[in-house]
Design a protein. Structure first.
Length: 495
């Protein structure tokens, strides 16, 4: 009898395969980065075929390192970078263009054009989303309009569309073309109430319906894997990365919230079985759907640049050799020296949704040195999270008592303490911090009976560390007031 479940965690900068035991503990892991392609300012692309190769390589390495065979796995789940858009040939499997990444802003003019004809929120009632460069639908439209011959091929039924989850499932299973409700809810093409593609929006965007995958639940058997290392293993879980973390953090009750600190920051609040429309710059999304059970919705606040700012300081400025060095450098100073770093490299997401915003460092004096810059880099993440938390409370009416955290940056003690201080709330890190992959493995395990119910998963969660606020109110509000002032300096840079 299989004793493990596997998860493909396909992220913005790398792909991982992780094997978990029944208690949700990591048995084996392998990871490989892929190239970040920047053809023009504001454009971000990935090579889908490279991602597929990395997926196969990590599966083989993780299985081999633990001495596992395909019969040891009960199922495999997939979690993925959301909104990253791929179009490929139905017969050959070859992409017609690079994947357009969620951070890409090339459709900003199209967003403005559609907003001018009906407002930025013209589709929010149906999709939960404002018009923005973030989501997949207009990226797909760009490919149809700008890659030679693609529109004709799409209209002839020769091409398929998907986010990265759909592309990988299609590759893994030898041609099953599906996406789950969480990923579909990020395209701006799915109706939140019916869980079907919205024909009116497809017509508005000029997207042939035949390109689109079938919408399925987050936890069911989609097909059998065909790669030799996992041949015959059910592919049975599919969740966008942030919804996967919500599941991995077992936020199964309304009012429970988690924040994932990765390339960006993504805070999700479980709102139950009814969608809550935001008036505070958040988005309404599907949290998860297990089999035939009712879907659970969430409010989400998305911050585009957090961990990516640390990478930028490492790669573009050369202030640190590896990302983890940012904490050591920041600890050389007691505070930020009066500077604030607003990392609006791809515009500002929640709660502002300003595509034209650009990054600024405010408050520079000759006193400032690289230690202050490092500290301001870390603090920028915490300030942006507070803005999202405040918006979330306004929309939901719920007072957030604690924040469950995960992702690569939660190993940074300085950042986590400052996060607790600026929020005036406890911040809690779980024992198993790979909650994105864990959530995908939970969804897959539930689909095949490896886990009996979500209640069983709640028993697996345990706290590793808790940070409590230690900053006085006057200091907290002084810092936050100047952050808000710095944010205004980034607005409308292109106008």
């Amino acid at each position: 009898m299989p004793n493990y479940v596997g998860a493909i965690d396909q992220g913005t900068t790398s792909t991982r395969f992780i094997v978990f035991d029944r208690a949700g503990r990591i048995v084996s892991v392998a990871q490989k980065e892929h190239e970040q392609i920047y053809p023009k300012p504001g454009w971000v692309e990935h090579d889908p075929e490279e991602i597929w190769r990395r997926t196969g390589e990590t599966i083989g390495e993780a299985m081999g390192a633990a001495g596992l065979s395909r019969t040891d796995l009960a199922a495999i789940g997939i979690t993925n970078q959301r909104e990253t858009t791929v179009v490929w040939n139905r017969k050959t499997g070859k992409p017609v263009y690079n994947a357009i990444v969620w951070q890409d802003t090339r459709v900003a003019a199209t967003v403005a054009e559609y907003a001018a004809r009906g407002g930025q929120d013209r589709y929010r009632g149906r999709t939960g989303l404002p018009l923005a460069t973030y989501f997949s639908g207009l990226k797909l439209r760009w490919i149809l309009e700008n890659v030679a011959g693609v529109r004709r091929q799409a209209e002839d039924g020769e091409l398929l569309f998907g986010n990265i989850d759909t592309f990988l499932i299609w590759k893994l299973t030898g041609g099953v073309h599906v996406t789950d409700v969480t990923n579909a809810s990020r395209t701006q093409l799915m109706n939140l109430e019916t869980f079907e593609w919205d024909r009116g929006i497809l017509d508005d965007f000029g997207i042939p319906a035949a390109m689109l995958p079938k919408i399925v639940s987050s936890s069911e058997v989609y097909g059998q894997a065909t790669l030799p290392a996992i041949a015959g293993v059910p592919v049975a879980g599919d969740l966008g990365d942030q919804q996967a973390a919500l599941v991995g953090q077992v936020c199964f009750t309304p009012g429970a919230a988690k924040n994932t600190y990765g390339t960006g920051c993504f805070l999700l609040l479980n709102t139950g079985e009814k969608p809550v429309q935001s008036t505070s710059g958040l988005i309404t999304t599907v949290g998860y759907r297990f089999g035939t059970a009712p879907a659970v919705y969430a409010l989400e606040g998305s911050v585009a640049i957090t961990g990516a700012l640390v990478q930028w300081v490492r790669d573009n400025l050369g202030l640190i050799e590896k990302s983890s060095d940012i904490e050591t450098l920041a600890q050389t100073v007691p505070d930020n020296g009066g500077i604030y770093f607003v990392p609006a490299f791809s515009g500002l997401y929640a709660p502002y949704w300003k595509d034209s915003a650009r990054g600024v460092i405010a408050g520079l004096t000759r006193f400032v040195h690289k230690g202050h810059i490092a500290r301001a880099v870390l603090e920028a993440t915490a300030y942006q999270v507070r803005e999202v938390v405040e918006a979330m409370q306004r929309d939901s009416g719920a007072a957030l008592e604690i924040l469950r955290v995960d992702g690569g940056m939660v190993r940074n003690d300085l950042l986590m303490q400052f996060q607790s201080d600026i929020l005036a709330r406890p911040v809690v890190r779980p024992v198993v911090q790979e909650t994105t992959a864990l959530g995908a493995s939970y969804a897959a395990g539930l689909a095949v009976g490896f886990y009996a119910s979500p209640d069983e998963l709640v028993d697996h969660w345990a706290a590793d560390r808790r940070w409590n606020p230690a900053m006085d109110d006057a200091r907290r509000e002084h810092l936050y007031r100047f952050w808000k002032k710095a944010v205004t300096r980034s607005f409308d840079w292109e106008e």
